[in-house]
Design a protein around this ligand. Structure first.
Ligand SMILES: Cc1ncc(C[n+]2csc(CCOP(=O)(O)OP(=O)(O)O)c2C)c(N)n1
Length: 643
C-alpha cells in the first residue's frame, strides 16, 4: 500500500474516481479489514461487523474530503462525524492507514486500560471530531458544528456516517427536520445499510422506511452499493447539491470474510484464534499476531504518541454589567435575557449562537432573536437534537447558549449533556422555570432535580443566582469562561438582595467568583445556607430570628456543586446548619453540604429544608408554604432544632 503522502486527495473535484486512486483505496481497505480483525481479536472484544461494512465509506471520506492528517485541526476543514462510534476498529484502521496516527499503536492497545484507542471513537484522536457511542447523536452534532462554521465564515462540507439500526432513534428525525428547515446543502448523511443490528435483521427489530422519511423532509436521497468505491465516490460528490443529501449505502456486515458476511453475530464479537487464522488466510493478509500479542502485553510500559490537547474555546467579552436597584423587583430570567443582548452588543464580531425550543417568550431570548435573527435558531420541540447540536456548535469556535425550561434543559436531555460533558463542549445552558417557583403548571414542570443531575457531570458547572443582579454577572461569567455551565433560575419576580445597610448586595463593584459563597448576613448561633430564590426567605428568616434571640448567619450558595474549603471551615463554628432550597433535598444543596461536612467528621448537625415530595399545581407562594419554605416556617424549624 502507498503511504498517504503519495495518495491523491481530490476533494471530490474530478467527476469520476481516478483509477490509480481507486487501486490505492482498494488496497487500503484490504489491509484495514485485516487490521480490524487483528485489533478486535487481540482485545477479544469490539465490533468487527459494522466496521467492515462501513469501511469503503470511511476510506473515501478521510482520504478525499478536505481534511489533513498533518494538520487535523486545520481551520475550515470538512467535518467528518461518525455516529455509530462502535465501528472504532474500522475508523482507527483507516485513520492509521492515512497517517493520522500510527496504526501500530491502535493494533496493540485497542480497548486496553490507559490506551487512547478506546472501544468507541474518541475526539482527542486526530481525525475524529466527536466522541460517540450513544447512538443517534452524530447527525445533530455535525449540524451544530456546521452552523458554527458557517457563522464563522467557513465554507465546508459536513459528512456524517451512521448505522442503519441506529436510525430507529428518534433524535435523528429531529435532526433531519432541522437540516431541512435550514436548507443545509453542505450536509451529506451516509447510512451503512447492512440490514443487521445486534439482535438480527433491522426489519424484524424495528422497520424504518428511511427513503420515505427523508424524502418527506425534502432531503435528496440516493442509493448506492456501499462497497463500490467508484459508485460511492460519484454520489458523494457535493457538486450541484442544493439540499441535505442522504446516501443509502447498501453494504454487507462482515464484508470480505466469507463466514462473517451477513451474520448479525459478528456485529459485536471478535474472531477466536482459529477463526482469525482462517480469515487472514482468506484475506491474504500477513499473520503477525504472535508479535502483536507480545507487544500488547508490554503496552503500558511502552513509549506512546501524544494526542490532541483540550480544545481551544471561544470566549466573549463580558460587556457592561447591569445593576438592578432596590426599588425594582425583577425576575432572573428577564435579567438573563437583558444580559444576553448586552453580551451580543459587546461582541459584534463574535456573536454567540442562541438556541430555543419554542419557548423564547418565556425564557426571555426573544429580545436577542429580534435583534440578531441570524444567530438565533428556533428548533421547535426537539430538545434532544438541540442539546447535542448546541453543545457541538460550541466545539467549533463559538459560544453557544441554549435556554429552556429546567425540566427540558436538564431532566429531558440528561444523556445529551452527558455526551457533551464527555466531549468537553463549551455550552451555556440557561434553565428558567426551575423549582416549585414555576407554580401552577404543576409537578410535570417543576424542575427539582437539576443540581443532582448536573453534579453527576464533572465538566458542567452549576450556578443558581440569588437575584437579578447576580444573574447578570453569572451569565457574563459563563460567557467569558471556558466549559459547560448550567445556570438555573425560577420564574417569579424577586426582591434585589440587600446588604444590612439596604443597598444592593451585588452592587456595581460585585464580580462573580465561581464557588464563592455570599455572606448576606453575619450571625453566631446558626448558619442558614440558601440557594436561588430561597435566599430572600432565608434573609427574612434571620431578621425574624433576631427577635427570638437567635443570631443566624445567612450564606447564599450560588454554586451548589462547588464549595470552597474556607467556607466549609467557617461553618464549623456554628451550633447547627440549615440548608434551604427550592429543590429536592435528596439531591440538591443540602445533600451536597451533608457530603462535604461528613468528610470533615465531628461537624455541627445539619437540617435540610427543601422540596421533599413532588409539588402540586398552584401559586408558587402556596407551594412554598406546603413544603415549609416560607420565612416563618424556616424560623420554626430553627427554633425547634435548637430547643
Ligand atoms: C442509544 C443507544 N442505544 C443502544 C446502544 C447499544 N447498541 C450498540 S450498537 C447497537 C446496534 C446498532 O445497529 P446498527 O446501527 O445497524 O450498527 P451495526 O450493527 O451495523 O454495526 C446497539 C443497540 C447504543 N450504543 N446506544
Amino acid at each position: 500500500m502507498k503511504a498517504e503522502t503519495t495518495m491523491q486527495r481530490t476533494n471530490f473535484v474530478p467527476k469520476t474516481l481516478p483509477s490509480a486512486l481507486k487501486q490505492d483505496l482498494q488496497e487500503l481497505c484490504h489491509q484495514a479489514r485485516g487490521n480490524i480483525l487483528k485489533m478486535t481479536s487481540l482485545a477479544a472484544s469490539g465490533h468487527p461487523g459494522g466496521s467492515m461494512s462501513s469501511l469503503e465509506i470511511f476510506a473515501l471520506l478521510w482520504s478525499q474530503a478536505n481534511v489533513d492528517p498533518a494538520n487535523p485541526l486545520m481551520k475550515g476543514r470538512d467535518r467528518i462525524v461518525v455516529s455509530h462510534g462502535h465501528t472504532s476498529p474500522g475508523v482507527y484502521s483507516v485513520l492509521g492507514a492515512l497517517n493520522f496516527f500510527d496504526i501500530h499503536q491502535a493494533l496493540v492497545s485497542f480497548r486496553l486500560a490507559g490506551s487512547d484507542f478506546e472501544g468507541h471513537i474518541e475526539r482527542h484522536l486526530p481525525g475524529i471530531e466527536l466522541t460517540s457511542g450513544n447512538l443517534g447523536q452524530g447527525l445533530s452534532a455535525a449540524i451544530g458544528m456546521g452552523i458554527a462554521d458557517k457563522s464563522n465564515g467557513v465554507t465546508n462540507h459536513l459528512w456524517v456516517v451512521a448505522g442503519d439500526g441506529e436510525n430507529q432513534k428518534g433524535q435523528i428525525s429531529e435532526a433531519r427536520r432541522f437540516a431541512s428547515k435550514y436548507m443545509m446543502n453542505n450536509l451529506t448523511y451516509i447510512i451503512d445499510l447492512n440490514h443487521l443490528q445486534i439482535s438480527g435483521d433491522t426489519v424484524d427489530i424495528m422497520p424504518v422506511n428511511l427513503r420515505a422519511e427523508f424524502e418527506a423532509s425534502n432531503w435528496e436521497v440516493v442509493s448506492v452499493d456501499g462497497h463500490d468505491l467508484s459508485a460511492l465516490y460519484q454520489v458523494m460528490r457535493p457538486e450541484g447539491q442544493n439540499r441535505p443529501r442522504l446516501i443509502l449505502a447498501s453494504t454487507v456486515m462482515g464484508k470480505g470474510v466469507s463466514f462473517m458476511e451477513n451474520r448479525a453475530g459478528f456485529h459485536g464479537r471478535a474472531l477466536k484464534k482459529d477463526e482469525l487464522k482462517q480469515a487472514l488466510i482468506e484475506l491474504g493478509v500477513e499473520d503477525n499476531m504472535k508479535i502483536l500479542a507480545r507487544e500488547r502485553k508490554n503496552y503500558l510500559q511502552s513509549e506512546k504518541q501524544s494526542f490532541r490537547e483540550e480544545p481551544v474555546y471561544n470566549l466573549l467579552n463580558t460587556g457592561e454589567a447591569i445593576t438592578y436597584g432596590t426599588d425594582q423587583t425583577e425576575d432572573n430570567r428577564s435579567a438573563w435575557g437583558r444580559a444576553l443582548v448586552s453580551l451580543a452588543d459587546a461582541n459584534p464580531d463574535n456573536l454567540p449562537l442562541v438556541f430555543d425550543c419554542d419557548l423564547s417568550g418565556s425564557v426571555k431570548t426573544a429580545g436577542f432573536a429580534k435583534k440578531y435573527p441570524g444567530h438565533f435558531f428556533q428548533t421547535g420541540i426537539m430538545e434532544h437534537h438541540t442539546a447535542t447540536m448546541a453543545g457541538s456548535s460550541s466545539l467549533a469556535d463559538k459560544v453557544a447558549f441554549w435556554s429552556d425550561f429546567g425540566v427540558f434543559a436538564a431532566d429531558e436531555t440528561f444523556n445529551q449533556h452527558r455526551l457533551n460533558d464527555i466531549n468537553h463542549t463549551n455550552l451555556k445552558v440557561v434553565a428558567t422555570h426551575c423549582g416549585l417557583d414555576v407554580g401552577p403548571d404543576g409537578k410535570t414542570h417543576h424542575c427539582i432535580k437539576y443540581v443532582g443531575l448536573m453534579r453527576a457531570l464533572p465538566n458542567y458547572r452549576t450556578i443558581v443566582p440569588a437575584d437579578p443582579n447576580q444573574t447578570d454577572r453569572a451569565v457574563r461569567f459563563a460567557a467569558s469562561n471556558p466549559g459547560n455551565y448550567f445556570i438555573a433560575m425560577g420564574r417569579s419576580k424577586l426582591q434585589v438582595i440587600t446588604k444590612e445597610d439596604g443597598t444592593p448586595f451585588f452592587d456595581r463593584n460585585y464580580e462573580f467568583v465561581y464557588g464563592a459563597a455570599d455572606h448576606f448576613r453575619n450571625g453566631t448561633d446558626v448558619a442558614i445556607l440558601a440557594m436561588g430564590p430561597t435566599c430572600t426567605n432565608a434573609v427574612q428568616a434571620s431578621e425574624l430570628l433576631k427577635t427570638a434571640g437567635i443570631s443566624a448567619a445567612v450564606l447564599g450558595v450560588s454554586c451548589p456543586t462547588e464549595m470552597s474549603e474556607k467556607t466549609i471551615d467557617n461553618l464549623m463554628k456554628f451550633k447547627h446548619i440549615f440548608t434551604v432550597e427550592d429543590h429536592d433535598t435528596q439531591t440538591g444543596l443540602g445533600a451536597g453540604i451533608a457530603l462535604v461536612l461528613s468528610e470533615r467528621g465531628g461537624t455541627p448537625p445539619l437540617t435540610r429544608i427543601g422540596v421533599t415530595h413532588y409539588g402540586a399545581s398552584g401559586d408558587a407562594e402556596d407551594l412554598y408554604t406546603l413544603q415549609g419554605l416560607q420565612p416563618e416556617q424556616i424560623v420554626e424549624s430553627v427554633i425547634q432544632k435548637l430547643t
